[in-house]
Design a protein around this ligand. Structure first.
Ligand code: ZN
Length: 317
């Protein structure tokens, strides 16, 4: 059955490629891959890049293995590896179109079901040439990889601005993986992708120190933790709020905010950042969207005793 679905999906993606060149309307996929909402005057579109399957143990490197296994069992997730969402967002504010993160691209071939950003943007009617700004929460390969796909740079505007924390750019000149628990192959991919990204896009970088207002009501702010320059994007308009939290919050983070993720370069600081952001979200009632929360990854955060509770949005048709 899975093979059949994969085949259909591949054919669908192929036909999207064909139709987009011929200018005909693209057929829809069998599963939804985009979800639109409004934050005051700001349009937000969550786009799924697909799914990754990292080792399940990387969700909680400091947990007792039996406690971790029990949590996975409770969530009906495999103890070995499970499908982990990979989301990006497109934000329209004023006359700017802002892409936040770019997905996997082709950076890690062992994750063949991710890297679908470009075809899904096309299916949503979004031309790469209409993107005025890119914001990167950080420079891991599953966030910059989409920009490295052959032909993508040529289709982006020559005056595209890419906003990323200065600390992130500095970090990847000589990255430290000593505190991560990444499989070595992934650490190599991470180094290579960040280096290639800086080589190809350096002249378009607009590094910021702590915070930068990219467009009206769209502010990117450095948090550090996951990586030294990791950042979140806060949208505020007409009394509505949304935070794109990048890799500061994972599906396990509500029940176990103190669990370290194997991809965190400073796990203790990442935990402090996570707790601060989750408390902020519970207080403000802002929508949360995060890279690796299950699609469409739109929900709110409630306090549940000493921990938190994820309250998914009811889809608005
Ligand atoms: Zn990530």
């Amino acid at each position: 059955m899975n093979q059949i679905i994969r085949n259909i999906r591949q054919k669908t993606i192929k036909s999207l490629d064909n139709t987009s060149r011929s200018g005909r309307a693209a057929p829809d996929e069998l599963v939804p891959s985009r979800y639109a909402l409004r934050v005051g005057d700001i349009d937000v579109l969550v786009i799924s890049d697909g799914v990754l399957t990292p080792p399940a143990e990387s969700m909680a490197t400091n947990a007792d293995p039996s406690v971790r296994a029990a949590w996975l069992d409770d969530m009906f997730l495999s103890r070995d590896a499970f499908d982990w969402a990979l989301n990006e967002v497109v934000v329209r504010s004023g006359d700017q179109t802002i892409l936040v993160d770019s997905g996997l691209g082709l950076e890690y071939p062992d994750f063949p079901r991710a890297g679908q950003l470009v075809s899904r943007l096309e299916a949503a009617g979004i031309d790469l040439a209409s993107v005025t700004d890119v914001v990167l929460t950080h420079m891991h390969f599953d966030h910059v990889g989409g920009l490295l796909v052959d032909g993508v740079k040529d289709r982006l505007r020559p005056d595209l601005r890419i906003h990323v924390a200065a600390a992130e750019v500095k970090f990847w000149a000589s990255p430290d993986f000593s505190r991560t628990a990444m499989p070595p192959a992934l650490a190599d991919v991470a180094r290579r992708a960040a280096t290639q990204f800086l080589d190809e896009y350096r002249s378009q970088l607009r590094p910021f120190e702590e915070e930068y207002e990219v467009a009206p009501g769209v502010v990117v702010a450095r948090t550090g933790g996951h990586t030294p320059g990791h950042s979140v994007v806060r949208l505020v308009s007409g009394g509505d709020r949304l935070m794109f939290a990048g890799d500061a919050v994972f599906p396990v983070s509500f029940d176990h905010p103190d669990w370290h993720n194997g991809f965190e370069h400073d796990p203790e600081e990442a935990t402090r950042v996570r707790l601060r952001l989750l408390r902020e979200l519970a207080t403000t009632g802002a929508w949360l969207v995060a890279t690796h929360m299950p699609f469409p990854s739109v929900g709110r955060v409630a306090v549940a005793g000493d921990v938190f509770r994820w309250v998914p949005a009811w889809w608005d048709y």
